[in-house]
Design a binder for this molecule. Structure first.
Ligand code: FAD
Length: 292
């Protein structure tokens, strides 16, 4: 219930106005969103962690704004270290205008990334964008075989999606939005996650295991051994600001760990999704507002 309410708030322009203009939210934002992205990238890289960087923004319905997002990504690519990845939301690139607009813009970013030896991953968003996401990904893959895609385990067709994504770079996550028919019970989402994980780890692609859930991380590590996966043949991914100790522990064991680093002024919807994931976060957020 609380999660649904928070996700509804994430789409409210009125709430966005109130929250983003309050100086009191700054500390909470700083926990999840990089203030100085270059500094954060450098710090994580020095600590032996990989990065995927997201220029925040989504649900763009204006062509010029989508073009601005492309320019921002092109500038960002110049700042990424070797092995760096850009996480891209197709609705920031104009998916709501047309699939072709998002495809053209994503292709520009993929070409620039390829020149620099970097990769791009397409984030998964609201359920009504998933068809467009797979169309854009399949089209881009013809030129850029290493372009990654996200599968959300809470969608009942996640297993089928994983089976079809033969040889691809696939980030598996639980899913941060709401969708009609999606699994909502944690046990169902976890079951779907594990079934997807089995397919991806036994397959020919490159699995990117995006979770902070200790049990799922343990299952992924076990499957990696059982499937004879090299440590360089898959990676763990976690969000900036969430379980940094675990990020370092896994990297210390020799695993590849990539941190998802969001930055930029358009942080509202991203922050609300993070708060929705954990009621304790919401309490922390409210406390920090009230304690001023
Ligand atoms: P949970 O059961 O939610 O969390 C497990 C434990 O992790 C919690 O008990 C807590 O200790 C810790 N934790 C989890 N979330 C938080 C938090 N916000 N603050 C503090 N502690 C927390 N979703 C999409 O729909 N599309 C995407 O493209 C997408 N990309 C992602 C990329 C990465 C690298 C990651 C890590 C997640 C991404 N997600 C995406 C979000 C994902 O779907 C989940 O909503 C989110 O990761 C929380 O699920 P969990 O697997 O960590 O498990």
């Amino acid at each position: 219930m609380l999660r649904q309410a928070m996700l509804a708030v994430s789409k409210s322009e009125r709430a966005e106005r109130v929250i983003t203009t309050s100086p009191l939210t700054r500390d909470v934002v700083k926990r999840y969103v990089a203030d100085d992205v270059v500094d954060v990238i450098d710090g994580l890289t020095r600590e032996g962690l990989l990065v995927t960087v997201d220029h925040l923004g989504e649900e763009v319905t204006d062509r010029a704004q989508a073009e601005r997002a492309v320019r921002e990504y092109l500038a960002l690519l110049d700042r990424l270290p070797p092995g760096g990845d850009a996480s891209v939301k197709l609705t920031a690139l104009g998916l709501r205008l047309s699939e072709q607009t998002a495809l053209d813009n994503a292709a520009t970013i993929c070409e620039a990334a390829a020149v620099r030896g970097l990769t791009v991953t397409l984030d998964a968003e609201e359920h009504d964008t998933i068809g467009g996401l797979h169309f854009v990904h399949a089209t881009l893959r013809k030129e850029h075989p290493d372009v990654g895609i996200v599968v959300q385990a809470y969608l009942p067709d996640a297993i089928e999606r994983c089976e079809k994504l033969v040889g691809a770079r696939v980030r598996l996550c639980k899913g941060a939005y709401t969708a009609p028919g999606a699994y909502t019970r944690p046990a169902d989402i976890d079951r779907s996650f594990v079934r997807c994980l089995r397919i991806l780890m036994a397959g020919t692609g490159y699995p990117m295991i995006a979770t902070h859930d200790p049990r799922l991380i343990q299952i992924a590590s076990t499957l990696a051994v059982l499937d004879g996966r090299d440590v360089n043949g898959f990676e763990y991914q976690m969000l900036y600001g969430v379980r940094p100790g675990e990020q370092h522990r896994l990297a210390g064991l020799g695993g590849q760990v990539r941190v998802y680093v969001p930055y930029g002024a358009d942080w509202y919807a991203y922050l609300m999704r993070r708060l929705a994931e954990r009621p304790r976060n919401l309490a922390f957020f409210l406390r920090s507002l009230l304690s001023r």
